[in-house]
Design a protein around this ligand. Structure first.
Ligand code: SF4
Length: 312
């Protein structure tokens, strides 16, 4: 049984796109197509305005050249060791894989060198030695693409480091590949003595289905902290009503809307750009309509800055 859609022709058939709509699909994208069937099933047939489709299906707009859209907009390849990034005080990022469950068309890491994830020996040594770090962020790619055995080995090492208090996952698995949350993975989490945090990446409420809600219930029962970061994307969620619906839904199911990111200017993503002025207007409307705890911080990443930079 096939798990992923990776071939554009298969995708076109699966989505039953009309001839007119097919012309708007990029047939040979530089960043390959990758969509799990679990996710593709949530896309409305023959609708190029579907918010899930727009995030994950390559459109011909990706070929548009725009100045200032770069291969590595955050200049991450310059940060010391390629898998261990310490940009922020007290926190370090372990890029544990380049694999993802889905290829987001606006991903700022899409052109970066592939991470060699055969061993994390050097990174674990750096982490062990730097006692100022108390939170390890597992990122990638998606850290949940690692097999349970690899995650369990990593957890074992973290458990032995007293200065590490928190383990944080940045993952899209909840809404793109929920079956990844299997019993064995829950066993690894349950055994840990560290504070565990999940930061999900949900941009539109149509991504949240009953399966995701069930998993959230389970994660909440272990007292893990659950946050969401979204990206403001043109023709996906650049409208205060859509974001209001998303943030209300997140809070209802127990996820704190944490960040709303401005788009990182990576090559091939200029069709997602929302001006900061428009972003600020949307934020103003959200602040007027929602209680403060439902409104995330509107931020951008600036290369070499020590933290995310608030826009408002
Ligand atoms: S899941 Fe994350 S790392 Fe992977 S393509 Fe999407 S944004 Fe990029």
């Amino acid at each position: 049984m096939q798990i992923y859609l990776t071939d554009v022709e298969n995708l076109i058939n699966f989505l039953r796109l009309s001839e007119e709509n097919q012309k708007k699909i990029l047939k040979r994208p530089k960043f390959p197509l990758l969509i799990p069937y679990e996710l593709a099933k949530k896309i409305k047939k023959n609708d190029l305005n579907d918010p899930i489709l727009r995030q994950y299906v390559p459109l011909i707009e990706e070929e548009k050249f725009k100045e200032n859209y770069l291969k590595d907009p955050l200049q991450e390849e310059k940060f010391s060791n390629e898998k261990f990034i310490k940009k922020y005080k007290n926190r370090a990022l372990l890029l544990c894989t380049s694999n993802c469950f889905v290829h987001c068309r606006y991903c700022f890491r899409k052109f970066l060198k592939k991470v060699d994830n055969k061993t994390f020996e050097n990174e674990l040594k750096l982490l062990e030695e730097d006692k100022t770090i108390n939170e390890i962020i597992l990122s990638g790619g998606d850290p949940l693409t690692l097999p349970n055995k690899r995650l369990s080995d990593l957890f074992e090492k973290f458990e032995g480091m007293e200065h590490i208090k928190t383990i944080r996952f940045h993952t899209k698995a909840l809404t793109t590949f929920p079956s990844r949350f299997d019993t064995q993975f829950f066993e690894i989490l349950k055994k840990s003595k560290k504070q565990i945090i999940f930061v999900f990446h949900i941009n539109h409420q149509s991504e949240i289905d009953d399966h995701a809600i069930e998993l959230i219930e389970k994660l909440k029962s272990f007292n893990f902290l659950l946050f969401n970061q979204a990206v403001l994307l043109k023709n996906v969620n650049d409208n205060s009503q859509i974001l209001e619906d998303l943030f209300k839904k997140l809070v209802k199911i127990g996820i704190v809307p944490y960040y709303l990111h401005n788009l990182d200017k990576v090559e091939g993503s200029s069709h997602f750009e929302v001006s900061k002025e428009r972003g600020k207007r949307i934020m103003k409307e959200l602040l007027e309509n929602l209680p403060g705890y439902m409104v995330p911080r509107y931020v951008e990443e600036i290369p070499f800055e020590k933290s995310k930079t608030p826009i408002m």
